[in-house]
Design a protein around this ligand. Sequence first.
Ligand code: RB5
Length: 146
Amino acid sequence: MSADTIAIAGDHGGLGLKQELTAFLKDAGHDVLDLGTNTTDSVDYPEFGFAVAEAIRDGRAGRGVLVCGSGIGISIAANRFTEIRAALIHDVTGARLCREHNDANVICFGGRMVGPDLATDCLQTFLNTDFEGGRHQRRVDKLSNP
Ligand code: RB5
């Protein structure tokens, strides 16, 4: 596991979409670190947001994907870590901008909010878009020093 690895996790509300996105990532040849959950049993989204955040903080993954019912709780959880810039995404433009302007390292989805085709397009854009740097670097640096 390394910077090329993509960590993925979600709660029961995100399970179906997480499975779709995991299959997409593996089919595309990515190393995937699956941190659960993998059943429909009710679980607590903070644990899964923290698990992906810790994997990135500790260097076991370079980027992350998180899914809960709305995407809201799990994005809040991941953003508790200063190393994490988690973006809750509902469209491809947002997926592009969170990379270009915010250097987001985690993309979050609501499994009850977006369908698999849209989420896959967003994830592909997220993975293929570079950070623009420049004026955005100063702003991103400030995020690490609240
Ligand atoms: C679980 O029912 C739901 O609250 C959770 O998946 C998420 O939407 C929280 O933000």
